[in-house]
Design a protein around this ligand. Sequence first.
Ligand SMILES: *Cc1c(COP(=O)(O)O)cnc(C)c1O
Length: 161
Amino acid sequence: IKPNDKIITSDLTFGQYLHNGIIESANVVGTPLKDGKFDLNNILQEIDDTTSLIWLCNPNNPTGTYFTHNELLEFLKKVPSTIPVALDEAYGEFVTAHDFPKSLELQEEFKNLFVLRTFSKAYGLASMRIGYVIGSENIIEKFNIVKPPFNIGRLSEISAI
Ligand SMILES: *Cc1c(COP(=O)(O)O)cnc(C)c1O
């Protein structure tokens, strides 16, 4: 993220997307929820040449709503492959709906999609500060550039395993 890059998300979602965008001097645009859900069409309309990241939260925190596999698939087909799409599934383990996205399948097909999961919620390990990302090599390399050294303690690692 460079200063003034556009980051697109929803206006009522996990606050850290906005917070971290502000730290990077990005232009964070939150599109309105539609029927309490992320409005993926509205996000598509916001994409322009300055867009360098899209943040999706599914199920959304704090509304608890979700978008479906087909909705996400149609969305990803229209997002330029140069724009990374972060899919935050912090609450994914709680979902029982059959039409919830099979995000790892989609990640195989769309290399600009990366999926974030955490051990903080379903596993109750918030104080261990451990989670993971699944993405293409290209994207993981970018994480490695900004990831602090010695970032995960042994106790956290053992807990997660
Ligand atoms: C809790 C939460 C996180 C952060 O998880 P940590 O691994 O504890 O940093 C990320 N995204 C959402 C939507 C959350 O609710």
